[in-house]
Design a protein around this ligand. Structure first.
Ligand code: UGA
Length: 447
């Protein structure tokens, strides 16, 4: 099929590359000529495992083009995907300016029947507004439909999530639109396909992200209780997660959910509930619990260090989660300025996201960007882990300990087993395990 696509952010770029990989002819539009130039040369604009190879292969095979010209993506296309950003407004609602702009751009370019498909996460009934916007501009004669086909891609595993989906949701209000999307996906995937109305599909995506957020806040409350009771949250998560009614995924306690999707979509859903007179209390509590996670880590850090000023602190992990360079909604954006303002000397390391943080916080005499995790740990009074990169899990603990001035680790992602850390000679603070403090101190207080 011939496909047009608007927006080459995370979702748009992965979707266009993967659709081309399935054999379709894809033209992706972005307003930013530098992004288009980079992508056209096969240079990915995001860090995503598996993407560079597929990007290069599909450009070479002539199935994938990037352009700033909207008409190239609309002319001759069977389906047009809308993948532009829907960032949060200051009142928490989704900002749909870019979606409206795409609708207004497409309208005069329609050259025969087109199926316009929402991929971006949008509030329920956005398709209705896209239809009205286009119809107002074209009059009643032009043939088009608007459908919803939400994406469930996670940054860091987005290519695999696209190519091995657990389900595909197709929201279409008539047979023609539904058949086109089935023709697109059915030959390539044998996962369950949920066929539903457009509004239901829009709401499935919002509900999925709100549920994932709720699951994380739930385990985080349990993790605080685990600490109080001297119980290990990782074992509790495993113990409950083996029940298929609960499921073992998304039960990693720690610093909570960041990124550009879960926090934004949860806030948008809260405003939808409020606008419709529906109790939003539970959703608000999920958000409140999440926003307290970083403070909890900072309290532990302060308790461990006592005085922060002039202490050398190694910070491992800048991105909001592993395998991405995305720092939107990342704990590092709170922790690093807090430590800096508190007078600490920082050595920061991340395998991918340092350039993005550097653009916000250039290095200075108290903020150094280290070359590696070990380099960051050198002479540190404490080491703080903010992201769950595998590279940190497999650190040589003996080496880390020997490099540090005082062996204090504050782990916001529960990457290590407390007993292992104790055996390796660390004072170890995590979110959901009992703290490991030096034996001498424990004896003194009679523990
Ligand atoms: C999320 C959803 O998982 C995707 O299904 C969805 O398509 C995407 O949003 C979107 O709406 O576009 P993403 O934001 O890439 O994907 O990242 P997640 O893997 O969901 O992680 C979100 C946050 O939750 C991260 O900060 C992560 O560290 C945290 N998290 C995740 C936990 O704290 N504990 C967990 O058990 C899992």
């Amino acid at each position: 099929m011939r496909l047009g696509l608007f927006g080459t952010g995370y979702a748009g770029l992965v979707t266009s590359v993967c659709l081309a990989h399935l054999g379709h002819s894809v033209t992706a539009v972005d307003k930013d000529p530098t992004i288009v130039a980079a992508l056209s040369e096969g240079t990915p604009t995001i860090h995503e495992p598996g993407l560079p190879e597929l990007l290069a292969d599909n450009i070479k095979a002539g199935r994938l083009k990037f352009t700033t010209r909207s008409e190239d993506a609309v002319a001759g296309s069977d389906i047009i995907f809308v993948c532009v950003g829907t960032p949060p407004r200051s009142d928490g609602r989704a900002d749909l300016c870019q979606v409206e702009e795409v609708a207004r751009t497409i309208a005069p370019l329609l050259d025969g029947y087109k199926l316009i498909v929402e991929k971006s996460t949008v509030p329920a009934r956005t398709a209705h507004w896209i239809t009205r916007t286009i119809r107002r501009l074209t009059g009643p004669d032009r043939e088009f439909d608007v459908a919803s086909n939400p994406e469930f891609l996670r940054e860091g595993t987005a290519v695999r999530d696209f190519l091995e989906p657990d389900r595909i949701v197709i929201g279409a209000d008539n047979g023609r639109a539904r058949s086109l999307l089935l023709d697109l996906y059915k030959p390539s995937f044998d996962c369950p396909i949920v066929l539903t109305s457009v509004t239901t599909a829009e709401f499935i995506k919002q509900t999925a992200n709100a549920f994932l957020a709720a699951k994380i806040s739930f385990i985080n409350v349990m993790s605080d209780l685990c600490e109080a009771l001297g119980v290990d949250v990782t074992t509790v998560a495993r113990g409950i997660g083996l029940d298929p009614r609960i499921g073992g995924h998304f039960l990693d306690a720690g610093l909570g959910f960041g990124g550009s999707c879960l926090p934004k979509d949860l806030s948008a859903l809260i405003t939808v509930a409020e606008e419709n007179g529906v109790d939003s209390g539970m959703l608000k509590e999920v958000r409140r619990i999440n926003s307290a996670r970083v403070e909890r880590l900072l309290a532990k850090l302060e308790r461990a260090l006592w005085v922060v000023r002039h202490k050398a602190v190694a910070v491992l992990g800048v991105s909001f989660k592993a395998n991405t360079d995305d720092i939107r909604g990342a704990p590092s954006l709170t922790v690093i300025p807090w430590l800096h303002a508190g007078g600490a000397n920082l050595r920061v390391y991340d395998p991918a996201a340092v350039p993005k943080l550097k653009a916000l916080y250039p290095p200075d005499d108290r903020l150094v960007y280290a070359e590696s995790a070990l380099d960051a740990a050198r002479d540190a009074h404490a080491l703080v882990i903010l992201t769950d990169w595998d590279e940190f899990r497999s650190l040589d603990l003996g080496r880390v300990r020997s490099l540090m001035r005082t062996p204090i680790v504050i782990d916001g992602r529960n990457l290590f087993v407390p007993e292992v850390m104790r055996a390796a000679g660390f004072e170890y603070y995590s979110l959901g395990h009992g703290d490991v403090t030096p034996r001498v101190e424990m004896q003194r207080v009679g523990v």
